[in-house]
Design a protein around this ligand. Sequence first.
Ligand SMILES: Nc1ncnc2c1ncn2[C@@H]1O[C@H](COP(=O)(O)OP(=O)(O)OP(=O)(O)O)[C@@H](O)[C@H]1O
Length: 453
Amino acid sequence: MASDILVVDDEADIRELVAGILEDEGHETRTASNSDMALQAIADRAPRLIFLDIWLQGSRLDGLDMLDAIKAQHPEIPVVMISGHGNIETAVSAIRRGAYDYIEKPFKADRLVLVAERALETSKLKREILELRRRSSDSAELIGKSQPMNQLRQTIDRVAPTNSRVMILGSSGSGKEMVARAIHAASSRAKGPFVVLNAAAITPERMEIELFGTDTPPGVERKIGALEEAHNGVLYLDEIGDMPRETQNKILRVLTDQTFERVGGTKKVKVDVRIISSTAQNLESLIAEGSFREDLFHRLAVVPIMVPPLAERRADIPMLIEAFMKQIGEQTGIKPKALSPEALAVLQSSDWPGNIRQLRNNIERLMILSRQDDSDHISADMLPREVSDMLPRTPSQSDGRILALPLRDAREVFEKEYLVAQINRFGGNISRTAEFVGMERSALHRKLKSLGI
Ligand SMILES: Nc1ncnc2c1ncn2[C@@H]1O[C@H](COP(=O)(O)OP(=O)(O)OP(=O)(O)O)[C@@H](O)[C@H]1O
């Protein structure tokens, strides 16, 4: 994986040797011959790893002081010391002061590569652990075989390898972030970071610090912004419609020249980041009322992707339920129970305004509530009230009209509503509807025609 590595040594041949070996391994390197150049390079863009000479001759700071300065501002960047033969003890004390490891001159290329890979791997794992904690143990796989889901997968496969900016549209909980992660995973940036910034969860005052980071005087810990964090990877801007207008102007500038200034700083920071944004809001009306910049919209939505609401892919519900039961079972130790056909029909017919997130929450609640129950399956009457409240009310149910009709007409009204609901439940698939309702396909077609459906 290409990582941005900084090599700091006063001897030009050592600098070039280290950089050359790392470049042969596919890394991106920068070099600095003294402490000030090194601090400048770190300030330009935080590297993923630093090789640092212990004896920095002719520098304002020596290696150990440099180490302290780096650790004070960037405790997360691993630093590997380059030590001469006579100063192993200093190298060991550097490790006590926070260095990741050291290599001893003269070193073999293999050893250098190994230490670099290990340091990068460790810091990547640390980032991933943080990320995993944040996401608990949800699966990363997009579940569903309905036609809208298959189309969505095709779109993801098509846009992932390009570097185009994608805007993901869809209602809350429909899986926008999962789609963004799928694009990242299938792109050439898969091994780079995936950084999330949720505009709806950050106050306008904090937004620029989170996005651009801060520039602080030496010795004061610096906040690395999401853009810098996402270098060589993807920045996912969630709920972009909530981005303050002032920040929108700055983002537009980042998109034009891929550089930005940190809060409190004047230096230009250069990054290579693919931006994927998302919104559950109607951006067109935000543009019309002047709270979202139209030119920013066009730059971010080079490829718009629509994630359909769950109600438009009910056919996926049984598969989603099965997968969630398995996941939740593994997380909580509760053994999944089978659902009765009635319970499944109710779950599949409900409207799910909160989409997949709401379905998952209800399955979790259901599993917890039915844990103590003696029966080996979950029946419709055990479903949380929230679920039955979401069942679409048919007109005859809601206005009592059916009671005013003779049996023949009432039956017709019922048949119509029943069949419309079943067709909906099976995503418009007539064969599957016919199979479920127990009719021949051709007989169902005739019936639908006679009822005017
Ligand atoms: N196709 C899918 N297969 C499996 N799980 C899914 C799928 N889509 C979404 N989920 C799950 O549903 C939940 C909500 O998904 P996600 O956070 O991606 O939605 P979102 O549209 O980004 O939500 P928000 O608008 O609130 O940011 C997550 O737990 C996610 O794992």
